[in-house]
Write a protein that binds this ligand. Structure first.
Ligand SMILES: Nc1ncnc2c1ncn2[C@@H]1O[C@H](COP(=O)(O)OP(=O)(O)O)[C@@H](O)[C@H]1O
Ligand SMILES: [Mg+2]
Length: 319
């Protein structure tokens, strides 16, 4: 289960406004990927292009031999069934209770009987910890519960590819820790390929196999987690360590004068923090996609920051 998504030379603009150009990356089959980037850099637009809701200007998105960017509407309808998507706003139907919201894709896309629908819906509602809330309307529950209901709905068709747009925004740290564990467990259970947009640095550091960073209208970097967490490239380093110093300013990009002033002031960057271990599935087994900790660094002759890959620095243990 899980399919590869291969993106080649993708470019998207609205009118005259370029969002990003020439994005090339591969989401490997069954792996968890995180996409980072300052607000407004087109992360949500990227997810919408992957499911074919937005058409890129140029480039290709290959999924099982089809190109989402250029295929017919009919083909697209088929390909979409591979996806489970949690949009940034949850996108639940306000007039339907949670049960009907979660059941919607099943009733729309399958011919399952209502008793089968019930079994699947209750299983997913259980999985995201919403048992007992089925009859509530989206307006009657908290933002965190709406996110989890959206996640349950994204799961009902047993997707091969899960796209989660800021599933953790507005969640408290404890809920975020539970959500991250849920994502890792889902990945283990389903083998689906995940792409998660998040602003949570702890999530980005511990959950994925691969990390990407959109910045300044292009993909600044995409690759194995260890590659980005040991990177000295200023924008990657600044973003993954939540630092003030670096090319990203309050208004997204600092101008040349500010950067020159920082350079002249000889701003010393703090050392890179240790690379934590990846969050493990709660069944106690290693992930199917697990690479030995430190392997990437060793292969490329990069010394990880001191203290990396120690059990004491896992997010799971902390949170
Ligand atoms: N349908 C659309 N039409 C025109 N502009 C859009 C549309 N969707 C998004 N944009 C613009 O694209 C840019 C990137 O938006 P978005 O993908 O939502 O950013 P992010 O998710 O990284 O915060 C924004 O400037 C936004 O206004
Ligand atoms: Mg967004």
């Amino acid at each position: 289960m899980g399919v590869e998504v291969r993106v080649e030379g993708l470019t998207k603009s609205f009118g005259g406004q370029l969002i990003w150009r020439d994005v090339t990356l591969t989401l490997p089959e069954g792996e968890i990927n995180v996409m980072l980037g300052p607000s407004g850099t087109g992360k949500s637009v990227f997810l919408k292009c992957l499911v074919g809701l937005l058409k890129p200007d140029k480039g290709h998105i290959y999924i099982e031999g089809n190109d989402v960017a250029t295929c017919s509407e009919r083909k697209l309808y088929e390909i979409r069934k591979l996806f489970g998507v949690l949009f940034q706003d949850g996108a639940l139907f306000g007039s339907m209770n949670l049960y009907d919201n979660v059941a919607f894709p099943l009733r729309e896309h399958t011919k399952k009987s209502e008793s089968e629908v019930r079994r699947i819906v209750m299983e997913k509602i259980d999985m995201v910890g919403l048992q007992g809330a089925e009859t509530k309307l989206p307006g009657e529950i908290s933002g965190g519960m709406r996110k989890r209901a959206g996640l349950a709905r994204a799961l009902v068709l047993d997707p091969e590819i899960m796209l989660l747009d800021e599933p953790d925004s507005g969640l408290d740290p404890v809920r975020t820790a539970f959500l991250n564990q849920l994502i890792v467990d889902l990945s283990q259970d389903t083998g689906a390929t995940f792409l998660i947009v998040t602003h949570d640095i702890n999530t980005a550091r511990t959950v994925p196999d691969n990390i990407g960073l959109l910045y300044h209208r292009h993909l600044a970097m995409f690759g194995p987690r260890e590659m980005l967490l040991s990177s000295e490239q200023p924008v990657v380093r600044q973003f993954l360590n939540a630092q003030r110093f670096g090319p990203i300013g309050m208004a997204e990009e600092k101008d040349a004068d500010e950067l020159a002033a920082e350079a002249a002031a000889g701003v010393e960057l703090p050392p890179l923090p240790p690379i934590p271990l990846q969050l493990t599935p709660s069944d106690g087994y290693a992930r199917d996609t697990q690479r030995p900790p430190g392997e990437w660094c060793a292969t490329y002759g990069i010394a990880p920051p001191p203290g990396s890959f120690q059990p004491t620095v896992t997010a799971g243990a902390m949170s």
